[in-house]
Design a protein around this ligand. Structure first.
Ligand SMILES: [Mg+2]
Length: 221
């Protein structure tokens, strides 16, 4: 069977760019600052979600542990400077640039469907000129985006902007929230497994990858 989607919809953080260690370090530092260090499962559950959704969750954990009744803004005031410094130098994931270049060479349209807000995306992609080969971007603060992942909106909007049906798209994700979003949008979902996460924890319809280098795309027959 030919391996060729109508379009590829890419997550950004932890999928095309190796930003998740930076995000995790920054959340860990902020939560610890308020006396409530996060465990590995909690850090994984923050993946793929919008900054404000994460801030609200981390704030709840801090308050539930008897910590200060701080606002999300106070939490982000501690978290953001560290995150921004770390994220500006995040490298590409192995195979990411080659996959984007392969899509372009084959004429497969591409969109970014990210929870990350536009200014943050621009900082992160600045050292990666190949990111400009991606045709469309849906940001977490996109005026046309109603709900963040795990809601399907980001993928629905990305496919609409490319003029293709989500059911004909391949979506590439690394997070649980992102996979849920792409599945409910109707995409064929590929998940890049983070270290320590098993493919068995995903529905059978999801294609598991250990590296983007495993993705096969055939020329048009
Ligand atoms: Mg991600």
């Amino acid at each position: 069977m030919p391996q060729r989607p109508a379009a590829c919809l890419f997550d950004l953080d932890g999928l095309l760019l190796d930003t998740e260690p930076a995000h995790a370090r920054a959340w860990q530092a902020a939560a610890s600052h308020f006396g409530r260090p996060l465990d590995g499962a909690e850090l994984l559950s923050l993946r793929g979600r919008r900054r404000l959704d994460c801030a609200s969750q981390v704030r709840q954990w801090i308050v539930a542990a008897g910590g200060p009744r701080l606002s999300e803004e106070e939490l982000l005031a501690v978290r953001q400077p560290l995150a921004e410094a770390l994220l500006a130098s995040a490298p590409a994931m192995p195979g990411a640039e080659a996959l984007v270049r392969r899509c372009r060479a084959l004429g497969i349209p591409m969109a970014l469907a990210t929870s990350s807000a536009r200014p943050a995306v621009e900082r992160k992609v600045a050292p990666h000129p190949w990111m400009a080969l991606i045709d469309e971007r849906v940001h977490g603060d996109d005026p046309e985006l109603a709900d963040g992942k795990p809601a399907p909106d980001a993928f629905l909007l990305a496919a609409r902007r490319l003029g293709v049906a989500t059911t004909a798209c391949w979506a590439f994700e690394d997070s649980r929230a992102g996979v849920a979003a792409a599945l409910s949008a109707g995409c064929r979902v590929h998940v890049l497994l983070p270290p320590g996460v098993s493919c068995r924890t995903y529905p059978e319809a999801v294609v598991c990858l250990n590296s983007l280098e495993e993705v096969r795309l055939d020329p048009e027959s």
